[in-house]
Ligand binder design. Structure first.
Ligand code: AMP
Ligand code: MN
Ligand code: ZN
Length: 773
């Protein structure tokens, strides 16, 4: 860098730092509140906001790689809170990084005479938003209409089994799991249709060829070949004919999940040593089961990278299963590479530089633009060459068996509807459901936590969450298309009385469905607010009356008090006011593990007396902790924490691997620090605070309970808590990531038993009803 350039940076950097600081400080303020207080301020803020947007757009245009008309990059104000509106920004940043990469490579080559790299052709005709909005929903043309009703467990989409060891008739039936006991809680999992090829996956041997080292076979030349587009049954049959003669093939899928409730497979890429095929799975959706002839043939190795979702999508949409899977992601892990992404493998073993640009593209688009076709093809074109090299390395280091084992676990994963989600650890680890909330009975809990919603809003969040789910199923749209979380939270924070105007004017992007149903939503929110307010008061009254009466009588049945507190804890959405406790995460420290004891408390006119009931099963405080974790969604966060650890790459995470034998024992990992602290750190006054206390000073809750003694087995504490320092990360809006959503699937170890209890009885009830029929 010349000194001149350095001088420029000297001036710019401090200003940039100042700007970032100011922006961060502003972000922490409730700007909308200030705007509502003073119209003058409001106007000024809006004006400055527009100025900033203009500057941002200027910057984006300058940095953009696009030579097309000036306004092709525009970052708008209308819906800054919607995820897609940030796309122009991230696209530009991506392309800057790619340019940097490219220049580094060129420099490197000049200096060292290094390896010649190939690049994914960069499509400068990027796909416009309007183009995407014009896409007709492909679901409308499906021969078998999409059914989101979950009336029965997911049924495999096949009617016969090719390459079967176990006949179709013996697997095509509903299985009713027997009760199991986990930590002395009885769990009865819902009925399910088994994975039709589970037995074959486990017992069919891989072909001998995979066990021997061999000279890697280079791929066909990239730039002089193209893929065969398959969108007819004839084309499909021809492809199958050729694939049947291959001893290994590479497979990948592209998926879309914004304008669909469960998501839809849009594309399948297959390569053998000679050719690449790209299959239009929107058109051939109901014709592809014939591919099982190849996919379940144990003598044809199917090479996929990070197949844990592909396996789910294949069976859910296309009725396809894979026997003899080789997952290059698991190979990367066993070989201890620094990154586990396909991008890394392509770069390192095929000298091909790909771009992430199209990973999140709308794959429903037809005809597929050239750069998207090229991207899709590159996902499988080089994979067999990479496989050759990884296999050799695995044989050298004696790790092949382990990778084949891990791959089998992936192939055995089963898709299931959320409603029939297994609760026990042994089944849960093999299943993937569309919604894998850590707390299945209150999946909205993690939204409450992520957006810091005060707990007295729980009922509204719940109602909105349920409304959104229903509408999404009916319209076959994703829940985030119907009502993004940010919008849900904005709606939930409205104060009574709520009317249409308030709904339409929330400080978030208002989605089409919310706009159309504003009246219904206003009524729903208003009704829920009023009801939950009444419930709050009823609970407060109940508590006050009974404790007063008991104190007056001076003859307290301590067990009643105990029971009442439990009722309060388990029934009340209002008890935890989200005040000091929930916002100050440092107070969420868990007591040391000491002996298991059970105390209960007696209220007298002199104060509170403590009674020791010896070693009963569970103490109040433990329950309180469970309640807190539930309220706070801490468990779900802890689980997500684990997932996000596996690195910045968008790749199957550590957690998704828990089906593998050893990886599940390795947790918790270093990133998941657990804070233990002394019992005294818990201030009982903070733990329980009735939210209306300041309205009526007589209703003082401080007399409620005192926690003097530690209690209970906290052996699982490390699974409950996360480092509070990390919690600020949670408040940020996270970009949608179906992988992380789903990868909650295969790691169910931290399930709350309180909830399994409830679910258990549900299914028992159902089962007995079924029997009575
Ligand atoms: P891939 O195997 O990388 O081609 O990804 C297959 C599908 O997974 C894509 O079509 C996307 O729908 C989804 N996907 C891939 N990467 C991401 C990501 N970073 N975030 C969200 N979805 C992704
Ligand atoms: Mn893939
Ligand atoms: Zn792909």
């Amino acid at each position: 860098m010349s000194t001149e350039e350095q001088d420029i940076f000297k001036d710019v950097l401090p200003k940039l730092m100042g700007t970032i600081r100011a922006a961060t400080a502003l972000g922490a303020q409730d700007v909308n509140f200030y705007k509502s207080v003073d119209s003058n301020i409001s106007q000024q803020i809006d004006k400055r906001g527009m100025n900033l947007l203009t500057i941002t757009n200027d910057l984006l245009r300058t940095a953009s790689s696009q030579s097309s008309p000036v306004d092709s990059v525009r970052f708008g104000q209308e819906n800054i809170s919607s995820e897609s509106s940030w796309n122009p920004v991230s696209n530009v940043i991506d392309s800057i990084f790619e340019k940097i990469d490219f220049n580094f490579d060129q420099l490197n080559k000049k200096q060292t005479g290094g390896e010649q790299k190939q690049y994914l052709e960069d499509g400068n005709n990027s796909i416009s938003n309007e183009q995407i909005q014009r896409i007709e929903k492909p679901q409308l043309k499906f021969k078998v209409p999409v059914d989101n009703s979950e009336q029965e467990p997911f049924r495999p989409k096949i009617t016969n089994k090719v390459n079967a060891l176990q006949p179709w008739e013996s697997v095509n039936k509903l299985t009713n799991p027997a009760p199991i006991y986990e930590e002395s809680v009885e769990i009865v999992d819902p009925p399910y249709y088994a994975h039709p090829y589970e037995f074959e996956i486990d017992s069919q041997p891989y072909p001998d060829s995979i066990l021997k080292k061999a000279e890697p076979i280079p791929p066909q030349d990239w730039s002089s070949t193209t893929a065969i587009w398959v969108d007819t049954v004839d084309g499909l049959n021809e492809m199958i004919e050729e694939l049947s003669k291959s001893s290994e093939i590479a497979v990948d899928l592209e998926h879309h999940d914004y304008r669909s409730y469960y998501g839809i497979v849009c594309l399948m890429q297959i390569s053998n040593r000679d050719k690449d095929w790209i299959i239009d799975t929107l058109v051939l959706r109901d014709d592809l089961t014939s591919l099982n002839k190849v996919f379940t043939d144990p003598n044809i190795v199917k090479v996929l990278h990070g197949a844990f979702m592909d396996i789910i999508w294949l069976q859910r949409d296309l009725g396809l299963y894979i026997v003899s899977l080789f997952d290059t992601y698991h190979a990367s892990r066993q070989l201890g590479f620094s990154k586990f992404s396909l991008q890394y493998l392509l770069d390192t073993f095929a000298h091909f530089r790909t771009s992430k640009k199209y990973q999140l593209a709308d794959w429903r688009i037809r005809p597929l633009p050239k750069p998207m076709l090229a991207y899709a093809r590159s996902d499988t074109h080089f994979l067999l060459y990479i496989f050759d090299q990884l296999r050799n390395k695995l044989i050298d280091s004696d790790k092949l068996a382990r990778v084949l084992f891990d791959s089998r676990q992936v192939a055995k994963r089963r898709f299931e509807y959320t409603k029939y989600r297994p609760l026990s650890t042994n089944l849960g680890s093999k299943v993937s459901c569309p919604v894998m909330a850590a707390n299945p009975s209150e999946p909205w809990g993690s939204i409450m936590y992520q957006y810091n919603v005060p707990s007295f809003k729980r009922a509204v969040v719940e109602q909105l969450y349920k409304w959104r789910d229903l509408v999404a199923r009916e319209a076959d749209e994703s829940v985030r298309y119907i009502m993004p979380n940010q919008l849900l939270v904005s709606l939930a924070t409205l104060e009574s009385p709520v009317d249409v105007g308030k709904v339409l004017n929330v400080p978030s992007y208002v989605s089409e469905h919310v706009r159309r149903n504003a009246r219904e939503l206003a009524e729903l929110i208003d009704r829920t607010l009023k009801e939950s307010e009444q419930n709050d008061w009823a609970l407060v009254d109940k508590w006050n009356n009974s404790s007063k009466a008991q104190v007056e009588e001076q003859n307290v049945d301590v067990r009643d008090v105990n029971g009442l507190l439990e009722t309060l804890l388990s029934n009340s959405s209002a008890l935890f006011d989200g005040g000091p406790l929930l916002s100050d995460r440092s107070s969420l420290a868990i007591p040391e593990v000491r002996e298991t004891r059970n105390y209960t408390y007696e209220f007298t006119s002199q104060g509170i007396k403590k009674h020791d009931f010896g070693k009963e099963s569970i103490t109040l405080k433990h329950k309180l902790w469970q309640k807190l974790c539930e309220v706070d969604g801490i468990r779900s966060i802890a689980e997500e924490e684990l997932e996000s650890e596996s690195g910045e790459e968008h790749e199957p995470s550590e957690a998704t691997e828990s089906t593998g034998a050893s990886s599940s024992n390795e947790r918790p990992k270093s990133g998941q620090k657990v804070l233990f602290s002394k019992d005294e750190d818990i201030n009982p006054d903070e733990l329980i605070a009735l939210r209306k206390t300041n309205k009526n000073s007589k209703r003082n809750s401080n007399q409620l309970v005192q926690y003097n003694e530690p209690s209970v087995d906290y052996a699982n504490a490390d699974k409950i808590l996360i480092d509070p320092k990390k919690s600020d990360k949670r408040n940020k809006k996270r970009s949608f990531d179906p992988y992380s959503r789903d990868s909650a699937g295969p790691k169910p170890a931290k399930r709350k038993k309180v909830i399994t209890g409830g679910k258990t009885s549900t299914y028992k009830l159902k089962q007995s009803r079924l029997k009575n029929k």
